[in-house]
Design a protein around this ligand. Structure first.
Ligand SMILES: Nc1ncnc2c1ncn2[C@@H]1O[C@H](COP(=O)(O)OP(=O)(O)OP(=O)(O)O)[C@@H](O)[C@H]1O
Length: 625
């Protein structure tokens, strides 16, 4: 069977960014209304926190605009009464003048309020966006590292990232929906004042229309969702065919016709779906239009009966026509914005839930009362263990050891033996699940956290490629002071990165990300040199280097380890490496196996012991003979 004859793309998970649309498609027309009060409350809350003045302006001007709508309709009716009265035309016009002036004033004021709402809304939405987004980043940058281990938290965070846009949309749509509702109420009040019977006409003309519009929205969202998987498959294929990362393999394996075939298959089905979708939407909107036409026809018939029976004057009937038109305008605003408000509300709910969940991952907040640590004198690790949430066994199990200031120590052991996990606890990035780590005889958790972290530099195995210049990438090691070029270059020299950087088109000012104009890519080893330079740049009491040379060429590796050795005696270094030749000079070597500390001593001690370390070292050394 040829794989090109059928789509080989696997099933896709539900897309988080379609959450709001999905909820709307699953919710009936009346269900939308059930959640509205909650969204209105949230929208007002978020807008109020972002900008009190503009929120007040939008709220008050919306109410004022509604009042002016009522006043305008009542003036229209008075105007018509005067114009339809008996007597010579000039007298009737004169009698109508006060009502005409009132109508003009109400219309002008309503226009002015509309402009005020527009300005206030335009000023409000970017502020809401910024406030909501910042609140999210405040949480994501503050939560403890272990939050990222929990699947549910990572998923929540992804969905919440849509929350700031949603906040914006929610505020905007809510203010429009409220304006529409106020408009409807304004018309209803005016109609009741003129003649309560006309309210019935208003309901008949608007409710079926509103219901049809909401139903059309429901169908539109359902149809959109039905095409979702195909659309996303197409996006996946699009990435495969046009991305930089996939381009080399696409060519070397000749994948072109295979991928184009997949594209044709997905798109063929999508076109059929699009046609069905267009037909359904047209049918729905047509049904809506027919229902609304019938409703309106009913109103005209009702008005005719009322007029013929002498129940209402002509002026009231004409005002009713104007009122129905105003009500329909207000209603179309409400129904149009309601769907947006509902879907944005769903996303915003996710955002609020995420912020709530993030609280349980926040580090203790009482650091102000904690003392700042002195320079490192001694590090005691006492029976420390760490078990990751989804694991049955401990990654580090009851490890105890002591490191004196100025020592260079090495953690060695096979993959997965717990070296990085132990280092992460010493770097205060993770809290032990058991045991304690003491900095100068006091548990790490009892020192001022920021001051403690400032005394530690970490070069992580999985370093991040920051999309900034080479100089900034190094200076990020210590942003507490203004970056100095001499210091940056000295750090780069120690990490064998100086020459690499000088050779870049703009030297230290070269941007290290190809996404940006004139940005550059580095090789894995070149990035590793810059990362090591960042570690050296921070003049830390304790430098932890986790596999700092895995991608380095022999010359760079030698230079790096020379720089590490030069710290011995006055600065403390913890080194994690699989290249055991580089740990021969360490003051202490700790051998981990399945999370347990199984051997300790100097290179000579451990070789004499002929245990696990000696075995690994001999094996590696044999490769060089
Ligand atoms: N974030 C995590 N969540 C769950 N398990 C983890 C996580 N990080 C590491 N582990 C597991 O903990 C154990 C120890 O991992 P660790 O990274 O500390 O080992 P290591 O000795 O540094 O390995 P390597 O030599 O491959 O770098 C491994 O079994 C690993 O799969």
């Amino acid at each position: 069977m040829s794989v090109t004859n059928e789509t080989v793309l696997p099933e896709l998970r539900n897309a988080w960014w379609e959450h709001g649309v999905r909820r709307r498609a699953e919710t009936g027309v009346l269900g939308v209304f059930a959640e509205l009060p909650q969204f209105v409350r949230q929208a007002i809350g978020v807008a109020w926190r972002a900008d009190k003045v503009r929120t007040s302006v939008v709220g008050l001007a919306t109410l004022g605009s509604g009042a002016m709508a009522t006043f305008g309709l009542l003036s229209t009716q008075k105007l018509l009464v005067a114009l339809f009265a008996g007597g010579p035309t000039p007298d009737r016009v004169r009698a109508a003048l006060p009502a005409l002036t009132a109508l003009a004033a109400a219309t002008a004021l309503r226009g002015a309020l509309g402009i005020a709402i527009g300005y206030a809304q335009n000023g409000l939405t970017p502020r809401v966006n910024q406030a909501a987004e910042r609140r999210l980043f405040e949480a994501t940058t503050a939560v403890r590292l272990d939050a990222f281990d929990a699947d549910a938290f990572a998923d929540d965070m992804e969905r919440a990232s849509r929350g700031s846009d949603a906040a914006n949309g929610l505020v905007h749509d809510t203010s429009n929906v409220l304006a529409g509702f106020v408009g409807l109420i304004a018309v209803a009040v005016a109609v009741v004042v003129i003649n309560p019977l006309l309210l019935l006409a208003l309901v008949v003309a608007t409710v079926p229309n509103g219901f049809a519009a909401l139903r059309a929205g429901h169908l539109r969202y359902s149809s959109y969702l039905a095409g979702s998987v195909r659309r996303r498959r197409r996006n996946v294929l699009e990435r495969q065919m046009a991305d930089r990362e996939s381009a080399p393999e696409l060519r070397s394996y000749g994948l072109r016709s295979f991928l184009l075939g997949q594209y044709d298959m997905v798109m063929g089905a999508q076109t059929t779906e699009d046609l069905t979708l267009a037909r359904r939407v047209t049918t729905t909107t047509s049904v809506g239009a027919v229902i609304s036409g019938l409703g309106l026809g009913g109103v005209w018939v009702l008005l005719g009966f009322l007029l013929a029976g002498g129940h209402i004057p002509l002026s009231a009937a004409v005002t009713c026509v104007v009122a129905v038109q105003a009500a329909q305008r207000a209603l179309s605003t409400v129904t149009f914005q309601l769907d947006g408000m509902f879907t944005d509300g769903q996303f915003f709910k996710e955002y609020v839930n995420f912020l709530e969940r993030a609280k349980q991952y926040m580090p203790g907040a009482d650091k102000a009362s904690r003392p700042k640590p002195e320079a490192l004198d001694r590090l005691d690790i006492r029976a420390v263990s760490l078990r990751y949430p989804d694991r049955d066994t401990s990654a580090v199990d009851q490890v105890s050891l002591t490191i004196e200031a100025g020592q260079t120590v090495a953690f060695v052991g096979e993959n997965g033996s717990g070296k990085s996990t132990l280092a992460a606890m010493i770097a205060a990035l993770r809290a032990p699940t058991d045991g304690v780590i003491e900095w100068n005889g006091r548990p790490m958790g009892e020192w001022d956290r920021d001051a403690l972290i400032a005394r530690i530099a970490v070069v992580l195995q999985e370093h991040h490629k920051w999309p900034y210049t080479a100089a900034t990438n190094i200076a990020m090691g210590d942003l507490a002071v203004d970056p100095e070029q001499d210091r940056i270059e000295a750090a780069a020299l120690r990490a064998a990165a100086h020459e690499t950087i000088e050779a870049l088109p703009y030297g230290y000012r070269t941007l290290l990300d190809r996404t940006f104009k004139e940005g550059h890519d580095l090789s894995g080893g070149q990035w590793q040199r810059i990362t090591a330079a960042r570690g050296f740049y921070r003049d830390a009491d304790l430098l932890i280097m986790d596999e700092p040379s895995s991608a380095l060429d022999p010359r760079a590796e030698e230079a790096l380890f020379q720089a590490i050795r030069s710290r011995q005696g006055h600065r403390t270094t913890i080194l994690i490496t699989h290249r055991l030749a580089n740990v021969k000079h360490a003051d202490q070597i700790f051998v981990l196996h399945e999370g347990v500390l199984v051997e300790r001593g100097t290179h000579a001690d451990l070789m004499a012991r002929e245990g696990r370390y000696a075995g690994l070292f001999t094996l590696q050394a044999a490769g060089y003979r």
